[in-house]
Design a protein around this ligand. Structure first.
Ligand code: FMN
Length: 200
């Protein structure tokens, strides 16, 4: 299924076409495409070019590793994400590599890397669904994360599947209209809350 954004202004197709499905096809994701996804993340900008992003990835054929990530998800997310051929955990380094001091922008930079990965995914016919609904402590213990690495999100990724593969309540969510706040509600000028003139 496709669910393009109804945008107010022109966008790159892979931004407008990105969305977060819960239905995935069982088709495996090609290794070359997985490399392109993480290459996209790799070329994100980051504070001090520190590149504080880290990913734990498992494809469905890597049964144990896949199951380990799946078990870190909350039950609601497990129910649909278990259909995705790839599961990922996105982890931010909390300290700078060059001096070991706290990096207040590590999570910001990880988010940018994941956003870039998402756009690359869409451009290759893939979609992904990020999840805050997982247990960070379980990720830390299962994957033996060193200190100062913070699991920020889990991600289900694959080719979009049939809506009919989902239970009825999720089918409803899958087909619900997408919505966003208008530009004037978050693009300001002069003072906080004053919409920038071009947003009229
Ligand atoms: C950091 C983050 C956490 C999210 N957590 C969950 C989650 O645990 N479960 C879920 O079903 N969707 C989750 N979502 C998906 C959002 O609900 C979704 O991105 C949002 O509704 C906008 O829809 P769109 O991505 O299709 O544009 C999360 C998204 C983000 C970015």
């Amino acid at each position: 299924m496709e669910k393009p954004a109804v945008t107010d202004h022109q966008l790159l197709p892979s931004i407008a076409q990105r969305w977060s499905p819960r239905a995935y096809a069982s088709t495996p994701v090609e290794a070359e495409k997985l490399c392109s996804l993480f290459e996209a993340a790799r070329w994100s900008a980051s504070c001090f070019n520190d590149q504080p992003w880290n990913f734990i990835v498992a494809t469905k054929v890597e049964t144990l590793a896949y199951q380990q990530i799946l078990e870190c998800l909350v039950p609601f997310n497990q129910a649909w994400a278990q259909a995705a051929p790839v599961l990922i955990v996105a982890i931010a380094s909390q300290n700078f590599k060059h001096d070991g001091k706290p990096n207040a922008w590590g999570e910001y930079d990880l988010g940018e890397a994941v956003a870039t990965l998402a756009v690359q995914a869409t451009s290759m016919g893939l979609q992904m669904h990020q999840m805050a609904g997982f247990e960070p402590e379980k990720v830390i213990s299962t994957f033996k994360l060193p200190a100062h690495f913070k699991p920020m999100a889990s991600i289900a990724l694959g080719y979009p599947g049939e809506v009919s593969s989902l239970p009825p309540d999720l089918q409803e969510r899958e087909t619900a209209a997408r919505s966003r706040h208008p530009l004037s509600s978050f693009v300001f000028t002069g003072e906080w809350g004053q919409p920038a003139s071009f947003t009229d």
